[in-house]
Ligand binder design. Sequence first.
Ligand code: SF4
Length: 330
Amino acid sequence: MKPFAYLRADSVDQATAAYASRPGPRYLGGGTNLMDLMKLGVERPATLIDVSRLPLDGVEEQPDGSLRVGATVRNSDLAAHPLVRDRYPVLSQALLAGASGQLRNIATTGGNLLQRTRCPYFQDVHKPCNKREPGSGCGARDGVHRDHAVLGHSEQCIATNPSDMSVALAALDARVELRGTDGERTVPAAEFHRLPGDRPEQDTHIRPGELITGVLLPAATAGLPSLYRKARDRASYTFALASVAVVLRTGEGVVQHAGIAFGGLAHRPWRALRAEEALRGAAPTTAAFEHALDLELAAARPLRDNAYKVPLARNLALDVLGRLAPPHAD
Ligand code: SF4
């Protein structure tokens, strides 16, 4: 591993100032992904700025009924929090579907949002990878890509985002809080990650030096029926082949609100906007669910070995929608 300088920040301002002034900086949260990548030689920071002990470890109800989750709240604490379990069960379920108990005890909310793809070519410095080394090629496109993207990929990169938590945040209309030396801003969780395009080395829309300070869970989706389902090769401790988070409100015989996001299908959590639009105002029938999902998944462009993901995602979502709003007879 390349030698690096280490400093522990006592405040957000100190952390962002250090990022702006130190060579080769990276923020360090729980380190569950970053340390692995440093050992592999994929990440080679010159300075680690430890932000894991910043006072951002609270889950606080806001006056407007939303919930603010600090960036250093551990994944296991967030999943177990009574307000999260009660109001946003899809988030608790998604967190518990990720990683292992040991990893969830150390991984942070901010770090979960920033974890990098587990594409094996990205993790092997001897293989071509446009994300790790722009211009070197994409080993996965003509190589092993059974786990890779079917939606929104580019010639340069077909990687998927590995985070379960981010899929639930996208479906819940959560927002990500960011702080840089220029001030604060929030971005919708569904738009925090990028599609690869011709800049696959950039996973997110975060600006250089910006620190994730928290996540806002809106009052509007609090308490709505919600569910997360994940298909994977074994029962625990592995990434999604496909997953879905759904937040659904029905009333007066129609769908009044639908938030649907897929995981394991794209370079970012895939918010199913076409399906949501098709469902809004429709009777919650199996036919309506199938029609909406077919509209959404018509955009899929499967690769040689991953066409199975399209029906897998469709069936997962159909099952979840049916559980949340048992359909009327068609
Ligand atoms: Fe690299 Fe993306 Fe290709 Fe994987 S899919 S080898 S991360 S460029």
